[in-house]
Write a protein that binds this ligand. Structure first.
Ligand code: AMP
Length: 115
C-alpha cells in the first residue's frame, strides 16, 4: 500500500476535511488555504502527476473533472473559481499524487501569473 500522503487521506489514515467523495474521487480542504475557498480534488487511484496519466485513468479523471463544478458550487463559488494542477519540478508540484486545486472568492482572485 502506498504511504503517499494523499493516498493515506483517501484511506482515512490521515484526517482531512472532506467535501466530496465518490467511487473514483475524493475532495478535501487544503491544509494551508491561499484563498477563502481552497479545495483539493484527487483521484482515489495513485497517479504521481498529470504527466503520468494514461488510458487506464480515463474513468477516474472524467469523474474528477465532472465533480469539480459541483464541488465548487457547494463551496459557494457560484460566480466562478480557478483550477490549478501543478505538475513536476517546473510546475512546483509539492505532493506527488495528482491533485486539482479549486480556488475561489467571494472576491475575484489575483491575476494568475504576472506578465
Ligand atoms: P502542490 O503539490 O504544489 O500542488 O500543492 C500541494 C498542496 O497540498 C499544498 O497546497 C498543501 O497545502 C496541501 N497539503 C499538503 N498536505 C496536506 C494535508 N495533509 N491535508 C490537506 N492539504 C495538504
Amino acid at each position: 500500500m502506498s504511504d503517499c500522503v494523499f493516498c493515506r487521506i483517501v484511506r482515512g489514515e490521515i484526517p482531512s476535511k472532506k467535501v466530496y467523495e465518490d467511487e473514483h474521487v475524493y475532495a478535501f480542504h487544503d491544509i494551508h488555504p491561499v484563498a477563502p475557498v481552497h479545495v483539493l480534488v484527487v483521484p482515489k487511484v495513485h497517479v504521481d502527476s498529470m504527466a503520468h496519466l494514461s488510458g487506464e485513468h480515463e474513468a477516474a479523471m472524467g469523474r474528477l473533472m465532472v465533480a469539480v463544478g459541483r464541488i465548487a458550487r457547494e463551496q459557494g463559488c457560484a460566480d466562478g473559481f480557478r483550477t490549478i494542477v501543478n505538475t513536476g519540478r517546473v510546475g512546483l508540484q509539492e505532493v506527488y499524487h495528482l491533485h486539482l486545486h479549486i480556488l475561489g472568492g467571494p472576491d475575484p482572485l489575483p491575476p494568475m501569473l504576472k506578465r
